[in-house]
Design a protein around this ligand. Structure first.
Ligand SMILES: [Zn+2]
Length: 234
């Protein structure tokens, strides 16, 4: 299977701008939303319901808390109560979760499973296959990382030499587009999942809306790829 999926974290009101771009380019996405976030604005509950009418919504804890903890009561209150809050709000059982800031312990992963989530996303980059659905990696973040960040993410698929050449030959300006094409070409040959993700507040702060649109346009042109939400991967 050749699949393109996307996910967008934190529920900032600018997520609606991403939602309209996804609709325009015929792509699907899952929006991971906490109940509150001390670091960033979160859309109100009416807007979460409105976004949920067109797109999948997934859990992102109650307080956008880091889950690198071994405190079972704390983890349960953030993960399980977060799911109960969201399921009640949307009148449905949500099945996808995303670890805030990509942080978790084995206990946190087990509580995510116990809560009833069938899929949980990390922030690992450059991956095109999902081996463990409760530690699902991504392919590309809509953010201009340094080459070092890409190098410390292990590359499981073939094409490592191609990737090193890529780092040598591509400058920062077109890196996101080049990485998208590189991974989509790899999936054309070997099958796999291209998982694009990001934060709308970060895209705004870093002035990356044009880059987002370019990447979405590249994805929309791959007619032979299935466009899926995160839950459709499981
Ligand atoms: Zn987050």
């Amino acid at each position: 299977m050749k699949i393109i999926t996307t996910s967008w974290d934190d529920g900032h009101p600018l997520d609606f701008k991403i939602a309209s771009l996804l609709e325009y380019y015929g792509l699907k996405g899952t929006f991971y939303i906490p109940k509150s976030n001390p670091e960033n604005e979160v859309m109100n509950e009416d807007n979460i319901i409105r976004l949920g009418e067109k797109f999948e919504i997934g859990g992102h804890t109650i307080h956008h808390s880091s889950l690198n903890s071994s405190d079972s009561d704390f983890l349960k209150s953030e993960i399980i109560e977060g799911k109960i809050w969201m399921d009640n709000l949307l009148s449905m059982s949500t099945i996808c979760f995303c670890y805030p800031k990509g942080l978790y312990t084995t206990l946190a992963v087990n509580i995510v499973k116990e809560a009833g989530y069938k899929y949980a996303r990390t922030v690992e980059l450059l991956q095109t296959e999902v081996i463990n659905h409760h530690l699902a990696p991504t392919s590309l973040q809509l953010y201009k990382h340094s080459n070092l960040v890409y190098l410390i993410n292990p590359i499981r698929r073939s094409g490592f030499i191609g990737f090193l050449n890529f780092l040598k030959n591509n400058r920062l300006e077109n890196k996101l587009e080049s990485l998208t094409n590189l991974m989509l070409d790899n999936i054309e040959e070997n099958d796999g999942i291209f998982h694009l993700w990001g934060h709308s507040w970060e895209i705004e702060n870093e002035n990356l809306w044009n880059d987002l649109e370019k990447v979405l346009k590249i994805c929309s042109k791959r007619d032979n790829f299935s466009k899926m939400s995160n839950s459709e991967l499981v």
